[in-house]
Write a protein that binds this ligand. Structure first.
Ligand SMILES: Cc1cc2nc3c(=O)[nH]c(=O)nc-3n(C[C@H](O)[C@H](O)[C@H](O)COP(=O)(O)OP(=O)(O)OC[C@H]3O[C@@H](n4cnc5c(N)ncnc54)[C@H](O)[C@@H]3O)c2cc1C
Length: 276
């Protein structure tokens, strides 16, 4: 990498060694890594603390970094469509669609977070229209991404106690969400060649998103503004950068990254286009 860094894939961090009031090293994929300067964690802050395996943090700091509420969790669907599907025929372009069947947003959120996923609202986007980067789908084919909010606890409970019932529930919710998709694309089933869907526990297991949260620490008054976790920790060489440290969303976390670079280097990375 430019600047001498290395990106290691398939190497989850297993341990963060904290002693003498600072991070000493990080172990990932069986290798120990010692930074000459700082450590930056993009992991969820609670998971970051878990990886310290009980290392000494002050009670106040431990409480601050582990005792916050997560944003809602989601049910996600990815569809791979064959080359007969033309997004423009359904008004789909390089933007996101938020579809609320009743138009009563508060009622729809309340109903779904209480566990009723009948005819849910959906977020729908077509990632293959947003980028020309290769690898998302074969040429001429499209992918659809669909998501909606749902509670975490019922999926967690079923997954731990009754795997058959968990799978049945997952299929049931998939069908419920697809009913809303068909409002927008009535013949979507004709084109769908690949269907991948996941519950909050799927996101927790594969992506490391605690409780399958979609937006990090919940954006409520007690957890935003001056109450947001922030990038600095009481360990002088450990910085946080993800959605819970600053703000969520793709632009949110890019901005968090730029903030942390500026904090560590003392140099401005935000320049106007005219100066770039
Ligand atoms: C279904 C869905 C759709 C969304 N759509 C949009 C959208 O259209 N626009 C938008 O702006 N935002 C969207 N968001 C929100 C956005 O994706 C998040 O806010 C953002 O990705 C958070 O970035 P992050 O770096 O904090 O966390 P992540 O993107 O979750 O990155 C954390 C990384 O840490 C890795 N990791 C986990 N454990 C370990 C470990 N032990 N060691 C090393 N690495 C580990 C994970 O694999 C992951 O790659 C969406 C979120 C979801 C769930």
């Amino acid at each position: 990498m430019q600047g001498g860094g290395t990106v290691r894939y398939m190497a989850p961090v297993e341990h963060i060694d904290v002693r003498h009031g600072a991070v000493q090293s990080v172990t990932a994929g069986g290798h120990e890594y010692v930074a000459s300067g700082h450590y930056i964690s993009d992991l969820d802050p609670k998971l970051t603390v878990d990886l310290m395996h009980g290392a000494a943090l002050s009670p106040v700091e431990r409480h601050r970094l582990t005792d916050y509420e997560y944003s809602a969790s989601a049910f996600n669907i990815y569809l791979g469509l064959d080359d007969r599907f033309h997004p423009a025929n359904y008004g789909i372009g390089n933007w996101n669609i938020w579809y609320y069947p009743t138009g009563d947003l508060n009622q729809e959120y309340e109903q779904q977070l209480a566990g009723n996923l009948e005819h849910p609202w959906i977020f729908l986007s077509c990632p293959t229209l947003k980028s020309t980067a290769p690898g998302m789908a074969p040429a001429g084919h499209h992918v659809l991404e669909i998501a909606t909010v749902c509670p975490y606890a019922p999926f967690k409970q079923l997954r731990e106690t009754d795997p058959t019932a968990y799978k049945a529930k997952k299929r049931e919710v998939y069908q419920a969400v697809m009913a809303s998709v068909r409002d927008l694309i009535p013949d979507v089933d004709r084109y769908a060649r690949m269907k991948v869907y996941g519950t909050p526990t799927t996101s927790e297991h594969y992506l490391g998103q605690p409780q399958g949260n979609i937006y990090g620490a919940k954006l409520v008054p007690q957890q935003v503004g001056l109450h947001r976790l922030g990038y600095q920790t009481e360990l002088p060489n450990l910085f946080l950068v993800g959605a819970s440290a600053g703000y969520p969303s793709v632009p949110g976390v890019i901005s968090n990254g730029m903030d942390v670079v500026e904090l560590l280097t003392g140099q401005a990375v935000r320049r106007s286009l005219a100066l770039a």
